[in-house]
Design a protein around this ligand. Structure first.
Ligand SMILES: Cc1cc2nc3c(=O)[nH]c(=O)nc-3n(C[C@H](O)[C@H](O)[C@H](O)COP(=O)(O)O)c2cc1C
Length: 430
């Protein structure tokens, strides 16, 4: 090959510049489009940053915040960092297989979309976009009782598997109608959330007067600073509605806030599980369990799954992280009940850690909703994709052949003694 002359070099630079300039309008359009910048995000932290820029403060903080001092919310992630995985070398494991089964249903990746209410505020496509993104990624989406879109919208949004999450309020007629419709529309399992005898104290929401939804000077300024969100909001006033509940409650005059708060019932008890079993003939999972004896109680009642969760730190502050509570629950229920981890999933490797501790699969809430805020369905799909790719890379680097290969043998002994005996004081350092 001959040496590059000054003339060749100038020609090459000119050709490259020309190509770049011709592509510029499309590149700018893509960067500025709702999904373009989200599709370029490298990880969940990038999606969160983009969502923070794109959403009015009150909406972003509704998603991002937790209860009280947010101690539990921070623990969910801090404990993920603490747990240490030990890679194997020369394992010859090949391409990692991420597929598994969840309650008999095959999924391409053990990452389920947590139920998140009110997501129409984040993006008008709300739960429809989330369901498409999660089903598109080969997994199960859980539709919340507090969703903004209707059950019919979400059931028809994509062909993939969906579960329904129930908040069971004192008005059993509402619960009965919701369960009947969910069954008719093909939701295949029921997630009963049991960590909400009342709504947690979300202080960021209180400060932002989020629940009041009043038009204040600050709301107007935030609206002007986020024109794309405001235009969407004005085009789709239903983002403020309680789509799932409104279709089950006859007196539609009640506002979204009271409709949803009516579903938090402080007298709900183990006795009510029988009522749920009478009205739902498919598998039932309890979401929000942190104590092994509660998980065992659920097992004795014939519940199919337990979701170890502190509601992403949005309910009782000072509870343990979901990860820390997980192993004792896995040990308590044995193989009779499938155990899931929900809370703090921000990296693919977090899923590997939970699976190594015995979880069947994980659920992710904020990671997907950050994606939704960053770029609607494209952003939520990007969140699924990022977590899936990270999980595959983590397993490959660990020398694991697939998610079903994960067990406690992958955890470093030091992290086991320090992290998993949460009811005992930490061992003294020697
Ligand atoms: C915006 C938002 C809305 C939520 N709404 C519900 C809900 O309606 N029902 C429910 O059981 N959990 C709800 N959760 C909790 C999630 O299902 C899940 O437990 C939590 O997000 C897990 O923590 P992570 O965000 O760290 O993944 C919500 C969480 C967020 C962030």
């Amino acid at each position: 090959m001959g040496a590059l002359t000054g003339h060749d070099f100038t020609r090459l630079v000119r050709a490259q510049l020309g190509a770049d300039l011709r592509g510029l309008p499309a590149a700018v359009r893509s960067r500025l489009s709702a999904g373009g910048a989200a599709a370029d995000c490298v990880n969940i932290a990038d999606l969160r940053n983009l969502a923070r820029r794109r959403l009015p403060l009150g909406v972003f903080e509704f998603v991002d915040g937790g209860a009280g001092d947010e101690v539990t919310q921070r623990r969910n992630q801090a404990d993920m960092y603490e747990l240490v995985l030990m890679p194997r070398v020369l394992a010859g494991a090949g391409r990692a297989d991420l597929s598994t089964t969840v309650l008999g249903q095959r999924v391409s990746v053990p990452l389920i979309g947590s139920p998140t209410g009110g997501t129409g505020l984040v993006h008008p496509d709300g739960e429809v976009a989330l369901a498409r993104a999660v089903n598109g990624g080969g997994s199960i989406y859980v539709l919340s009782t507090a969703a903004t879109r209707t059950m019919e919208d979400v059931a028809g949004a994509s062909r993939g598997p969906k579960w329904f999450q129930l908040y069971l309020g004192a008005d059993r007629e509402v619960g009965r109608v919701l369960l009947k419709r969910a069954r008719e529309l093909g939701f295949s399992a029921l997630v009963l959330t049991v960590d909400t005898p009342a709504v947690g104290a979300r202080e960021r929401d209180q400060r932002n007067r989020f629940a009041e939804r009043r038009l204040t000077g600050r709301t107007v300024v935030e609206g002007i600073r986020h024109p794309r969100w405001t235009a969407n909001f004005l085009r789709s006033p239903r983002v403020l509605s309680a789509g799932v509940l409104e279709s089950a409650v006859s007196e539609g005059a009640r506002g979204r806030g009271s409709l949803i708060s009516d579903q938090f019932d402080p007298v709900l008890s183990w006795k009510d599980i029988a009522w749920v079993q009478d009205h739902w003939d498919g598998p039932i999972l309890l979401k929000g369990v942190l104590r092994p004896e509660d998980a065992d109680h659920a097992r004795r009642l014939g519940v199919a799954g337990v979701i170890v969760s502190n509601h992403g730190g949005r309910q009782f502050d000072h509870a343990p992280s979901a990860l820390r509570a997980l192993p004792a629950i896995v040990d308590a229920v044995g193989s009779d009940v499938e155990v899931f981890l929900d809370g703090g999933i921000r990296r693919g490797v977090d899923i590997a850690k939970a699976l190594a501790l015995g979880a069947r699969a994980c659920l992710a809430g904020r990671s997907l909703v950050y994606g939704l805020g960053a770029g609607g369905e494209t952003g939520a799909s990007r969140a699924m994709e990022v977590l899936t790719q990270e999980l595959r890379l983590a397993l490959t680097l660990m020398g694991a052949s697939g998610v079903r290969d994960l067990d406690r043998g992958w955890l470093a002994a030091a992290s086991l003694s320090r992290e998993l005996t949460w009811s005992a004081p930490p061992a003294p350092l020697t």
